[in-house]
Write a protein that binds this ligand. Structure first.
Ligand code: GLN
Length: 324
């Protein structure tokens, strides 16, 4: 630890990231890889990657950081950002902002709330967001909104949709189809169910490495906020990003969100392939990948890694223990 906590100690960050990756690589309890798709069930649970990008653009990384994995539900963060940019507060006429306390694909939860999904990070909420984005599609063919948004954020398009996972999930999206039909029966889905499912499954199947994911989340760190006029698009995006981060904190880990906020204290979003994206406002973004999941479907060792990193760096949205 340094005595001057105003300055991010890059050496300490580097050492901490390496030490966490080393320690976690030998952990015997790695959770269970998702059994949802055969392709996910076949992933080697011994893999682990941790990448941090600071506000200055410095990257600290250790483990399998260039190995691509499908971002799955982390794509919901990028889709929501796009919808907010395109439709503004109209988004909230279609989806609520409350934690659900139910699994991410709960049908009863959607029925109980009259087809108005509890938040954009559970599946029915994400399907409604995709439905909104489809209004902007120009013609048939795969929609690439989230891919284009990611390419813009990363500054490169050297990533792809995992076609095998895409095809597999299209064939196995029974619950998501049921959710989409239920939302439609309540009048909260305008496009054909098949189109919504295809676009949603495609964004879930985007494969990124930890390094790319940490770079993609930089706009959520609010690094450019404060510069330029109030109408500057980067400031507008930063204002929306702060709201997206609030939902990541309250809803990002489904019904594990409360425990996650308690242990890690940072806004984050998980995916069923074991990825996690976390934000330290104005300071850093963190991407971690460990395919084994806990009972709520969140990366078991990814959460542990974030907990240790946040503790060591004194990072929390609830303030710093070492006073600045
Ligand atoms: N594609 C998965 C689904 O829709 C994503 C779920 C997740 O990452 N939690 O079921």
């Amino acid at each position: 630890m340094t005595s001057d906590r105003n300055i991010l100690d890059i050496d300490f960050l580097d050492k901490t990231v390496r030490a966490i990756a080393e320690d976690i690589s030998t952990s015997p309890d790695r959770g269970e890889v998702s059994q949802f798709l055969p392709e996910l069930a076949a992933i080697d649970p011994r893999q682990f990657g941790l990448a941090v990008v600071t506000a200055d653009g410095y990257e600290a990384a250790a483990g399998d950081i260039d190995e691509a994995f499908t971002i799955q539900s982390i794509s919901k963060v990028f889709a929501l950002s796009l919808a907010l940019e395109t439709f503004g507060d109209e988004v909230w006429t279609r989806v609520d902002r409350e934690p659900s306390g139910d699994p991410f694909n709960s049908i009863t939860d959607l029925e109980r709330h009259g087809g108005y999904p509890r938040n954009p990070f559970i599946n029915p909420g994400a399907l409604v967001i995709v439905d909104m984005l489809l209004d902007k599609a120009d013609g048939p063919g795969p929609t690439k909104f989230v891919e284009s948004f990611l390419a813009e954020q990363i500054g490169a398009d050297d990533f792809a949709v995992d076609e095998a996972i895409f095809e597999s999930e299209i064939g196995l999206s029974h619950t998501n189809r049921a959710l989409a039909h239920l939302a439609k029966s309540f009048g909260n889905l305008n496009h054909p169910v098949d189109d919504v499912i295809a676009a949603y499954v495609r964004q879930c199947a985007i494969a990124l490495s930890c390094r790319q994911l940490a770079r993609a989340g930089r706009y959520l760190m609010l690094e450019r906020a404060g510069a330029g006029a109030a109408t500057d698009p980067s400031r507008r995006r930063a204002r929306q990003a702060r709201r997206v981060a609030s939902l990541m904190l309250t809803c990002g880990q489904y019904d594990g969100s409360g425990d996650f906020a308690f242990r890690v204290g940072l806004p984050a979003k998980s995916g069923i392939a074991g990825g996690l994206l976390a934000i330290v406002p104005n300071t850093a973004t963190i991407a971690v990948w460990a395919p084994g999941l806990d009972a709520n479907g969140n990366s078991l060792l990814g959460t542990l890694a974030l907990e240790r990193l946040a503790e060591a760096m004194d990072w929390s949205v609830f303030g710093a223990v070492e006073r600045r």
